[in-house]
Design a protein around this ligand. Structure first.
Ligand code: NAG
Ligand code: NAG
Ligand code: NAG
Ligand code: NAG
Ligand code: NAG
Ligand code: NAG
Ligand code: NAG
Length: 457
């Protein structure tokens, strides 16, 4: 996925002067379910993968073939698994299963060859987190001859824990891209490491295995030591290995906060409420509310004001809402503070869904209360995530292997399957410098598009 905005900038803005009445309601649990049902229907109209001649699992793309990168399909299925879990509506379960199983790739670790050219650890991580979610919510297990949810999550984790993916540049951490030859292989970033951290924390809790927790701890320590996360719990995008990760790009994106905050909640739970993780979780919550929830309404601070968000960025709000909701179950002390904010934010989300011929199409900006004309799968997924999450109080907390989880695991899944870079000739210094310069130029022009953002510490 794009860690930063060089993959094109969408800036549509058609403001309607007349705000019509909200189509959706969240006034009761039944109203929430009804609203979520319509939003899920509208969201799934963007998915063509189950039609003949199309590829199961993915949204139309990647650019220029369509708007969406591969990772967003994985994110969509997480939203739809939560939708089923929260509402009980199983209408889409078969479509979701088919999609999740189609994309596992030859080694059953979410690295299908079709997407090699833009395969980042974060992209793979999003599919891995969705497989983890399926295990935690007891989403119907695949047939026995197919890979199982927990094993798929473990496979993603194992490929990412492989020493080959954790070289010594910048003192550790994952790079953004997986193959040497990809643009962005020389960049280490918060989201790639955040997905790995999140998955490690969740596998630790699910399997009660300390090995995963150790990786999660170490990842948190590295991210803070290198300055990607600062003492005020601001999380910055990433930096290049050529500078030993000192040229920190200070753009802040809400999914980084969401993925680390939820992971910290899992570590808090895994450690039976340790002081260390409580302090980190509290810090993450305060930092996230400060930066991304002005007036208690979700706001994508890096790009929303001038509508310079990329397709990727247009989907972050929904993940944050869903991950915060789960946090209130595994760190229940946070519920009193968080649930009212999720409700305020969801109210703003539905109030702007007055677009389209059906007068229920959602835009991107929630704070204004007015439909802004920016429509797509991400924008719809955001509102569905915000609305369905309001049912969290009535739904079962994520299970573990000892509290009802049925998914089959395999500690060795994915091990040794990452033959990617072994098979390629090592990149020469000249090639690498070239790639580095290209990335720098792209970054510089992206920074131009973002105007006010500073590059470097
Ligand atoms: C594809 O999935 C949708 C639900 O999103 C369903 O309505 C439709 O019938 C499915 N199409 C095929 C060809 O299976
Ligand atoms: C890879 O691409 C081909 C050609 O578009 C398609 O038929 C196939 O289903 C794709 N595989 C996956 C795992 O997406
Ligand atoms: C590179 O960065 C790491 C992590 O911040 C640090 O431990 C290491 O000393 C740095 N190396 C050099 C040569 O500056
Ligand atoms: C948490 O408590 C459970 C049950 O008392 C125990 O089995 C487990 O080892 C504890 N975990 C940690 C990390 O202390
Ligand atoms: C851990 O999560 C469970 C829900 O699965 C919850 O009941 C428990 O209170 C949590 N532990 C702590 C220390 O908050
Ligand atoms: C989960 O628990 C079952 C039964 O105790 C055990 O057979 C299985 O190996 C466990 N799975 C994992 C991944 O630990
Ligand atoms: C814990 O997980 C690690 C890493 O996958 C595995 O090697 C180890 O065997 C597991 N430990 C137990 C006690 O199952």
């Amino acid at each position: 996925m794009a860690s930063f905005s060089w993959r094109g900038v969408a800036a549509l803005l058609f403001c309607s002067p007349l705000a019509s009445a909200a189509f959706y309601s969240i006034d009761s649990n039944d109203a929430i379910k009804q609203s979520a049902k319509t939003l899920a229907y509208d969201l799934m109209t963007y998915y063509k993968g189950n039609q003949s001649g199309q590829t199961p699992g993915i949204l139309p793309g990647p650019p220029p073939a369509g708007d969406y990168y591969w990772w967003e399909g994985g994110a969509l299925w997480g939203t739809m698994i939560d939708y089923w879990h929260l509402t009980g509506d199983s209408t889409y379960n078969d479509v979701v299963s088919q999609a999740m199983l189609w994309q596992v790739g030859p080694n059953q670790d979410y690295m299908p060859p079709n997407v090699t050219a833009s395969l980042g650890n974060d992209d793979q991580g999003f599919w891995g987190m969705t497989a983890m979610l399926a295990a935690e919510e007891n989403f119907p297990d695949p047939p026995k001859d197919q890979p199982q949810w927990l094993a798929l999550a473990q496979a993603v984790f194992n490929t990412q824990a492989d020493p080959q993916r954790h070289d010594s540049t910048c003192g550790g951490g994952l790079r953004w891209q997986i193959p040497f030859s990809n643009n962005g292989y020389n960049y280490k970033n918060s989201i790639a490491n955040g997905c790995f951290f999140n998955l490690g924390a969740r596998l630790a809790r699910y399997t009660n295995n300390e090995t995963y927790a150790k990786w999660a701890e170490d990842t948190w320590d590295w991210v803070t030591s290198v300055g990607f996360m600062d003492a005020e719990y601001n999380i910055y995008d990433g930096a290049h290995v050529e500078t030993n990760c000192t040229d920190i790009n200070r753009a802040q994106f809400s999914y980084n906060n969401g993925v680390y905050m939820q992971g910290a909640a899992y570590m808090y739970n895994f450690t039976n409420g340790s002081e260390v993780w409580k302090q980190r979780l509290d810090g993450m919550i305060d930092g996230t509310l400060r930066v991304f929830f002005p007036d208690n309404i979700a706001f994508e601070v890096a790009c929303e004001q001038h509508m310079t968000c990329t397709t990727d960025m247009l989907s972050f709000k929904g993940y944050v809402a869903r991950w915060m909701a789960t946090m209130t179950q595994i760190a229940p002390y946070t519920a009193d503070k968080i649930l009212p904010i999720l409700k305020t934010s969801a109210t703003a989300a539905i109030n702007q869904c007055t677009g389209g011929d059906n007068q229920r199409t959602c835009g991107f900006g929630w704070a204004s209360g007015v439909f802004d004309g920016s429509v797509g799968a991400g924008q719809t997924m955001n509102v569905l995530g915000a609305v369905s999450s309001l049912l969290i109080g009535q739904s079962k907390a994520p299970v573990t292997n000892t509290t009802g989880g049925t998914s089959g695991g395999n500690y060795n899944a994915g091990q040794g399957s990452d033959s990617f870079n072994n098979a390629l000739t090592p990149i020469t210094t000249g090639d690498r410098a070239g790639a580095g310069i290209l990335t720098f130029l792209i970054l510089a022009s992206a920074a131009g598009a973002f105007g006010w953002m500073s590059l470097g510490p």
